[in-house]
Design a protein. Sequence first.
Length: 443
Amino acid sequence: MVYDFFIIGGGSGGVRAARYASSQGYKVALAEAYDLGGTCVNRGCIPKKLYSYASSFHDEINIMKSFGYTVSTPKFSWMKLVKAKKKELKRLNNIYEKLLSESNVKLFKGYASIFDKDKVSVGNKILSAKKIIIAVGTTPKKIQFECSKSIITSDDVFDLQVLPKNILILGGGYIAIELASIFNGLGVNTTISLRGNSILNGFDKEVTLFLENQMKLKGVKIINKNFPEKITRNKDYFNVIYKNNCKNKYDLVLEAVGRVPNLEKLNLHKIGIKQNDRGFIKVDKMFRTNVKNIFAVGDIIDKVQLTPVAIAEAVWLIDNHNKKNFKNFDYKNIPTAVFSNPNFASIGLSENDAKKKKISYKVFRSEFRPLKHSLSKSKEKVFIKIIINSINQKILGIHYVGENAAEIIQGFSVAVVNGLTKHQLDKTIGIHPTSAEELVTMK
Ligand code: NDP
């Protein structure tokens, strides 16, 4: 049997490529060594969001009190959460398997390596395919410290045996910020250490500073520009010595300093598949590697490491792989969210980008205390920032910090993707009283 497509990797991008190709009449096989669903289902988006819900109830309880409830302190069991999460992930793994088999995709459970330009090996089987798609994703990057083996990453965090009393999180990107909010919400004394000045570099600086302050109000400690130089471990704790020579002890240290390609055993060198200087697979506009029948999508290609992007790339690839005339995959205006507490979501241009690109722009801002918090002592505020092109009034970016930011930005991203103007937002009547109505009433 010669497959039309052999897909290596059963994460979001790989599974979608397989199912979609099969629905288009192709003979498809997929190999996955671990649980189906990849990082997103097993060690990323899904467990993270579940734990983020778990950590949000702390705030809810305080709000309940402000509305007249008498609430005795509820007991939380970390292990019960871990167990419930495992059960849910198993259910999702099974759904993925069922979806593949119902789509007539042949599943090989095992680690696949490139055997030749048109051959893949899985265990002791050699399988032939006209085209191969690599969708193997990434794995956490590790910095070398003395006790690196004891420092955990996002791969380990959802299955910890015990919730630590205090934790140090290294890095200030998506994962660090989300996990810090989770631990802090679950009552863990949480510190983030950054090598730079600010969290979430690459986003709008004013907005991330607002988020940083909101997180600090909720109890997260953020140490800027002072990264550990040395981390050692004895049987009770981690001993951390910072760049400025300050020392501190932590129960647990977690690294969230980016992710690296998951290509170790794939054998790319055997047929000379080219990688960029960071080790990610190089592809052209068609997601084709330098080997003409081998493609790659998802986190492994160093574009945008987001599940919905991997899925969209996979569909785009199958739709376009035989076409000469195609529109390039569009990486502009991808909405994204950080499930911090409070949530942060954004689409389009940041003010820093607008400046850098020398675009003539205008900014609208709104900062307010949401009604839900008005009876409580909570200092939580919502911050919304809209950036428009001051020549044609088109909305260039929307940035939102506050409860349900991701849900709200998902809806409003339709306006940005379709090039609507601020005037068109203003034409829309708000729903009162909501926080999102501010987006259509900002003057
Ligand atoms: P990010 O790229 O988001 O952040 C990495 C962080 O680590 C940055 O703060 C960076 O600092 C810091 N860092 C990198 N190298 C070093 C180093 N050598 N020493 C000290 N600090 C360092 O990576 P994440 O691992 O958080 O997430 C990976 C990707 O996964 C994200 O970019 C995102 O695409 C995706 N993701 C998406 C989520 C979502 O959609 N909600 C959730 C989680 C992940 P600096 O800023 O100074 O470079």
